[in-house]
Unconditional design. Structure first.
Length: 218
């Protein structure tokens, strides 16, 4: 609905001037999020890196290319989903997000989730997974295991995945990420539809009576 899109856009414009934490000082720009504002599937990564900070769009570097490839393997493009991060501003030198930065930034993410209302949120890596699950269990323990949660007053399926940046250089992790990814259509209920039952025309009457098996009835 256009109202929601306007709300998300308006909120993005508001967040563009955010000074809630120290990261405001070193950023080129806020990287709010991108994609379909009505997406059923939302991805949440960690924080913008060098390229994201320059372009203002999440996941445009190498990890983003891998994310796009994984999406393609399940028949989706980045325009079909919504992509955001825990932190909206790049930490200097791509260091880990600090607890006070996460705390300052999390209202932005929760508001985005409330406006987009995705059915499935795939968290990429530890930071997003721990924040949104509210559990200290790390990604190695919980990847590929969906969790039913309520977020912004609505039911949502949280689906933790390895971070694509981690999978870039670890083939074993990439394999796991690919197979976890392959379950997404099922979680979204968009698996290929079951083939429609074929209604057979009645067999023409045989001239000579034949056993039922030969008529293909059993
Ligand atoms: N890694 C992230 O977590 N987010 C990005 O936007 C890019 C790389």
């Amino acid at each position: 609905m256009p109202v929601e899109r306007d709300d998300l856009q308006a909120y993005g414009a508001e967040v563009a001037g955010c000074t809630r934490c120290r990261l405001a000082q070193g950023r080129t720009q806020v990287v709010f999020g991108s994609g379909n504002p009505h997406a059923e599937l939302m991805f949440v990564g960690e924080a913008p890196g060098f390229h994201e900070d320059k372009q203002g769009v999440p996941f445009v570097g190498q990890a983003g290319k891998l994310l796009e490839r994984l999406l393609e393997q399940i028949g989706l493009r980045r325009e079909d989903v919504y992509i955001a991060n825990v932190l909206k501003c790049r930490p200097p030198g791509n260091r880990d997000p600090q607890p006070d930065e996460i705390e300052a930034c999390e209202p932005h993410l929760f508001r985005q989730i409330g406006l987009i209302e995705p059915r499935v949120i795939a968290t990429l890596g530890n930071f997003a997974t721990k924040l949104l699950s509210g559990s200290p269990l790390g990604i190695t323990r919980v990847h590929g295991q969906e969790q039913r949660l309520t977020m912004a007053g609505r039911p949502v399926l949280l689906y933790p995945l390895y971070h694509p940046a981690a999978a870039l250089y670890t083939p074993a992790m990439l394999k796991v990420l690919e197979s976890d990814f392959a379950r997404l259509p099922g979680l979204l209920g968009t698996d290929a539809p079951a083939p429609v039952a074929v209604v057979r025309e009645p067999e023409p009457e045989p001239l000579v009576a034949a056993p039922a098996e030969q008529l293909g009835l059993f």
